[in-house]
Design a protein around this ligand. Structure first.
Ligand code: 26Y
Length: 816
């Protein structure tokens, strides 16, 4: 089923593109132009498959999932598209012959960073798996003009630089103005009776924008399927609203122009933290309304009865961010399609399914009624009615139980609670790892679980092996294929066949040699991008993920400070050289990045340590350099406070690339250890039950640890004695205080860093002992790869399809 590839034709195509696009020959073109030309040539291969896929979907009138997400963290497209078209090596060869280096060309592409972290990257992995498995699917999101900010480190501080990712044009996207829709904001609702005496509702005196879709191809692996990611741009109703202008409403015309510009301007760089910004609600409604309008229009092309819409479409809500879907679908079905409430509710509650990605209270979306009703007056009326009916139901089911109503109502205390809306109107509610779903059922969403147990289900996250092994780690990918064939590319469970090699010493050497090559590659990257020299023979101990208190980068760096003290006190300490690698973007103003960088500065420049300890903060961590980092890791730091990390997906990427997990029993770590066995990971710290118990008891007393553990005490004192900031010893006072003192409503050491410190230090010791046993280590690392099969997003998607989406696989024929 692979693509028939004609090398000469491809070379000609690249040269032609350079001519047509830039009036240049291959020798004259710059790297960016070459990237564009190659991308257009690849797009050309995609195009026939894209057409054929969409034709097939139309002809077979397939049931479709629409993955609704504010975030799609796609990363680079060129390499991935070539991989999935199964022409990567062919094209590499063709370009070689033209004197062009594919790696250099790939590096010209900016990451499509339309997401913050795990949730956005999960959406991207899901699209890859859906296409590869041959399921009809759309992603719907926003074409942010500026994606996730680029991070520079200056003087140890994070500087946020705008990510103008569209500056040179996006070769893979296609603008489709013929499928544009109007989206209305504000104004008021006028109610009147139609000729049959039925209530009718129209929004008047609104401001509106035109939502214009751009399609991005999502190429399935080796199967001719190309699905579509639709990202919506906003344009003013007309460039200069003549109608309003003529009526003298100059102000309104300008307002609408600004609304369009602002709405898609920038991705909010908040991860797991809700800020309640009005513009964010506008973004949500904007892409939701446009996406539903498009789905309904598409449905009506081939179906006549809108009451059966749910037979053909299911909307998966990626967290609460697109939850306004529920009310917007009700509105369109009633106000535009003429259904009554019961009919519209029947369709809506069979269309919408909700995924929860976090139990962090500060990530819960709650919109003030004032804001919500002002921005979306008609939608708000519908939410009110949903709430009124639901509260009636609650009163019948739990008479007199005000407490339940307070907790479960969709509208309460002046706020619209989006999670409650998603649960009430959705037919499915899922968590993203076994432990996470259990916590939802037993704690966070207990009341809802008791009322609607049938809605709840678990879908443990996964990752795509096409990007994070086949593309990101070609040496290991080839080695695996050499051993067990290439079936793992589309069925990761095949990796278990590597188990027979884990005791074979030759295989162990080959495997570790590949790891070493990947460490060299990362060392080179670090040298070129950060100017730090690292020893590829040292242990690469890596924590890459968004900076967040609950993820506890602070625990990691405090331990590095402790290790440094140990090495200073005892220079003969018999431990392998270690490189601690961090990579993370932070919410603006968060101090830990500065601490890590200052610690790095001190340690890396201390000759007494003889290079046995290095600390590196990799600037601008993102999907493209993540691929290089995972491939080179020995130790995977997954150290969140138990119960706080819903799943984690980086943990899976490390495992797949042969790193050992050093982690807490949190999120999917639990399942990772279950798969690989306790001997091939190191687990430490409080369990989620213990954490939750402490939290319910109001915390614990970190002072006791401070007073009794001399090593901890020393490290904490170094936060405030200028050891890591000569010019301002007070620099890290806040961090010190947060660990030891209650502050208003905030408990000291909210995330149990000191409580887990000893166990963490012991875990590190245990990890190093493992590392010293070369063969044992190689075996463990290989077992991590061999046991990673479960963590393919292909497996996750098959579960969503089976339990929630009920899609049929499609076959696409193409004549090359
Ligand atoms: C601003 C706001 C409401 C908000 C924005 C982004 C709230 C949350 C987020 C992002 C959350 C997120 O990325 N969650 C992560 O989802 C991953 C995929 O399910 C999980 O693996 C990970 O544990 C979880 O933190």
């Amino acid at each position: 089923m692979g693509v028939k590839f004609d090398k000469d034709e491809f070379k000609k195509s690249v040269a032609d593109n350079l001519k047509v696009l830039y009036r240049k020959t291959v020798d004259e073109a710059d790297k960016q132009q070459i990237f564009q030309a190659v991308s257009y040539s690849v797009k050309d291969i995609i195009m026939d498959r894209w057409l054929a896929t969409q034709k097939t979907y139309e002809k077979e009138d397939v049931r479709t999932v629409v993955y609704m997400s504010m975030e799609f963290l796609m990363g680079r497209a060129l390499g991935n598209n070539m991989i999935n078209l199964t022409v990567y090596k062919d094209i590499k060869e063709a370009l070689d012959e033209m004197g062009l280096d594919l790696n250099v060309i790939e590096d010209q592409e900016p990451d499509a960073a339309l997401g913050n972290g795990g949730l956005g990257r999960l959406a991207a992995c899901f699209l890859d798996s859906l296409a590869t498995l041959g399921y009809p699917a759309y992603g719907c999101g926003i074409r942010y003009r500026y994606g996730m900010f680029k991070q520079q480190i200056k003087d140890g501080y994070q500087i946020e630089v705008p990510d103008n990712w569209l500056k040179d044009g996006n070769p893979f996207e296609i603008k489709r103005p013929e499928y544009s829709y109007e989206v209305k904001f504000g104004g008021y609702v006028r109610c009147y009776k139609d000729e049959d005496g039925r209530d009718k509702f129209v929004q008047e005196d609104y401001r509106s924008v035109i939502a214009v879709p751009y399609d991005m191809p999502v190429v399935g692996y080796g199967n001719n399927v190309v699905n579509t990611l639709i990202i919506w741009d906003a344009e003013p109703v007309n460039t200069f609203n003549l109608e309003s202008f003529n009526k003298g409403d100059y102000h309104k015309a300008i307002e609408q122009e600004n609304l369009a510009k602002n709405i898609v301007e920038v991705l909010y760089p908040n991860d797991n933290h809700y800020a309640g910004k009005e513009l964010r609600l506008k973004q949500q409604y904007f892409f939701v309304s446009a996406s539903i309008q498009r789905a309904i229009a598409k449905y009506k092309k081939t179906n006549s009865d809108i009451r059966k819409f749910h037979e053909k479409y299911v909307f998966q809500l990626n967290d609460t961010h697109p939850t306004v879907t529920v009310a917007e679908l009700m509105r369109i079905l009633m106000d535009e399609e003429g259904l009554n409430w019961e009919e519209a509710w029947e369709v809506t509650t069979h269309c919408c399914a909700y995924t929860n990605h976090t139990i962090m209270a500060e990530a819960l979306e709650k919109w003030p009624i004032e804001l919500f009703s002002r921005l979306l007056p008609r939608v708000y009326q519908i939410v009110e009615e949903i709430n009124r009916r639901f509260v009636e139901e609650l009163k019948v089911k739990y008479p007199g139980n005000q407490d339940k109503i307070r907790k479960m109502a969709v509208i309460y205390d002046g706020q619209v609670k989006m999670a409650n809306l998603a649960i009430v109107a959705g037919f499915s509610v899922n968590g993203v790892a076994k432990l996470h779903t259990e916590i939802l059922e037993k704690q966070e969403l207990k009341d809802f679980y008791e009322m609607f147990p049938e809605k709840f289900n678990n879908k443990t996250n996964g990752i795509t092996q096409r990007r994070f092994l086949l593309h990101g780690n070609p040496l290991l990918a080839d080695w695996i294929t050499g051993k067990i064939g290439d079936d793992w590319i589309t069925d990761l469970s095949h990796l278990s066949r590597l188990k027979v090699y884990v005791d074979d010493e030759k295989c162990q050497r080959e495997f570790m040699q590949i790891k070493y090559q990947n460490k060299l590659r990362l060392a080179k990257y670090i040298k070129e991008n950060n100017g730090v020299e690292v020893d590829p023979r040292s242990v690469f101990d890596v924590q890459v993920k968004r900076l967040h208190e609950y993820k506890r980068q602070l625990l990691n760096i405090l331990h590095v400070m402790y290790l440094y003290n140990q090495l200073k006190a005892n220079p003969d300490l018999d431990i392998p050289a270690q490189t601690f690698i961090f990579g993370a973007k932070a919410a603006a103003g968060y101090k830990i990045a500065k601490l890590i960088n200052n610690v790095a500065d001190v340690i890396n420049n201390d000759p007494a340590i003889k290079g046995r300890l290095k600390v590196v903060f990799i600037e601008n961590y993102r999907v493209s350099n993540a691929e290089i980092i995972f491939a080179a890791a020995d130790v995977s730091e997954q150290i969140s406070t138990a119960s706080k990390e819903a799943s984690g997906t980086g943990n899976m990427k490390f495992m797949l690339n042969g790193a050992l997990t050093l982690g807490t029993m949190d999120g999917a770590n639990v399942e990772i250890v279950q798969e690989v066995g306790e001997d091939n990971a190191v687990i430490f710290g409080l369990t989620s039950d213990e954490v939750i118990r402490y939290e319910n008891e109001g915390g614990y007393d970190p002072m006791e640890i401070f007073n009794n553990d001399q090593d901890v005490r020393t490290v904490l004192m170094q936060l405030i004695n200028g050891e890591y900031c000569r010019e301002n010893p007070e620099m890290f006072r806040d961090i010190y205080n947060s660990l030891l003192h209650n502050d208003g409503g905030r408990r000291a050491d909210t995330y149990f860093i000191l409580k887990d410190f000893r166990a963490y230090a012991d875990a590190h010791r245990k990890m190093l002992d493992k590392y010293k046993d070369e063969k044992g280590w190689a075996k463990s690392a290989m077992l991590n790869v061999a046991c990673a099969g479960k963590f393919s997003s292909d497996r996750t998607i098959e579960e969503y399809v089976r339990d929630i989406w009920k899609l049929d696989k499609v076959k696409v024929e193409v004549s090359d």
